[in-house]
Design a binder for this molecule. Structure first.
Ligand code: KIV
Ligand code: NA
Length: 263
């Protein structure tokens, strides 16, 4: 069964939603084969696989390239393309055009945009023009320069109220679900209870309707430290390093290839 935005939305109250990022056909097929229904082609790929310091330098061409690869790797999972920095902020017309490219050229099923009430009109235009939208509030990495660092959001009651209003506005605008990033668990649960669309938490507690993690974080592929909200379900980094070092030494000492790997 092909997952649609409407089907993901309908899971609210029925089943918790597992979402994971993927960046190419290989990682996407691994995610889909695990039965995970929704794949986010996150602009986190700028940091996790392209070597940028932040997500800000990531552009449309890079996102289209990776989203198209993901779409070649999956049959049924919902593919959500993350709209990169300044591909939607300047104008609604630009956002529609770029969202259209994700769907037409890269075979995405939906897009994600960062921001709350501020994006109401934009989300409404996308949805009315046939593009399902995943919202994203709380810590929004495209605003890192303005926020001044990767920090938990919504800690004061005033900020919490603002985030609740933002969540409501995103739902009102027609988003099928909303990512809540780095907010206290209590606020995550409160927003989840107030909305009729699913909340997808990352560092937002178990009270959300679903969770999202970054592929390379979940598997512990990078050797770098990760934020508190990351659970490493595997620690592949040392395994990969060991395998690569064994390859090098076996090539150098002539023990690879042996008879069994030789024609
Ligand atoms: O880019 C990304 O991977 C994301 C998720 C962490 C929500 O935006
Ligand atoms: Na992102």
């Amino acid at each position: 069964m092909k997952w649609t935005a409407a089907k993901i939305k309908a899971l609210k109250g029925e089943q918790r939603i597992a979402m994971l990022t993927a960046y190419d056909a290989l990682t996407a097929s691994l995610v889909e084969d695990a039965g995970i229904p929704a794949i986010l082609v996150g602009d986190s790929l700028g940091m996790t696989v392209l070597g940028y310091e932040t997500t800000l330098p990531v552009g449309m061409d890079e996102m289209l390239h990776h989203t198209a690869a993901v779409s070649r790797g999956v049959k049924n999972a919902l593919i959500i393309a993350d709209m990169p920095f300044m591909s939607y902020q300047p104008s609604i017309a630009m956002a529609l055009e770029n969202a259209g490219r994700f769907i037409k050229e890269a075979h995405a099923d939906a897009v994600k945009v960062e921001g709350g009430a501020l994006r109401g009109e934009l989300i409404e235009s996308l949805v009315k023009n046939g593009v399902p939208v995943l919202g994203h509030i709380g810590l929004t990495p495209q605003s890192i320069k303005e926020m001044g660092g990767y920090k938990v959001q919504g800690k004061t009651s005033e900020q919490a109220r603002q985030l609740m209003d933002d969540a409501m506005a995103v739902e009102q605008a027609g988003a099928f679900a909303i990512v809540l990033e780095c907010v206290p668990a209590e606020l995550g649960a409160m927003i989840s209870g107030a909305l009729s669309i699913p909340t997808i938490g990352i560092g937002a507690g178990v009270g959300c309707d679903g969770q999202v993690l970054v592929f390379t974080d979940l598997l512990g592929i990078s050797g770098k430290p990760a934020p508190r909200f990351v659970k490493r379900f595997a620690t592949l980094h040392p395994l990969i390093s060991e395998a690569l070092a064994s390859y090098k030494s076996e090539v150098e000492d002539g023990s690879f290839p042996s008879e069994e790997h030789t024609y």
